[in-house]
Write a protein that binds this ligand. Structure first.
Ligand SMILES: [Zn+2]
Length: 83
């Protein structure tokens, strides 16, 4: 009982850049708006086509009509999806 340090299970960063889901949480399951990776690339699937764009991106949820704005940092220093 000497060490109060609590360690969580170490999380290793994935070897590959795993795209992050950009979602609207207006329903369950959330509506997928697009995916993006650390390099700031945003992938949008529209019907049978993939759009590859760079942030900032502005879109509207097809379900609830809420506006979403995604502005990724140029670097991977701060990496958090905009709600
Ligand atoms: Zn929505």
């Amino acid at each position: 009982m000497s060490s109060p340090t609590r360690r969580r299970t170490p999380q290793f960063s994935p070897p590959r850049e795993k795209p992050t889901r950009w979602e609207c949480h207006c329903q369950e399951p959330p509506v997928l708006l697009a995916t993006y990776d650390r390099s700031g690339r945003v992938n949008i699937k529209a019907r049978d086509r993939y759009w590859n764009v760079s942030s900032p991106v502005h879109t509207v949820c097809p379900k609830c009509g809420a506006e979403h704005f995604l502005d990724l940092p140029a670097d991977d220093a701060l990496f958090a999806p905009v709600p």
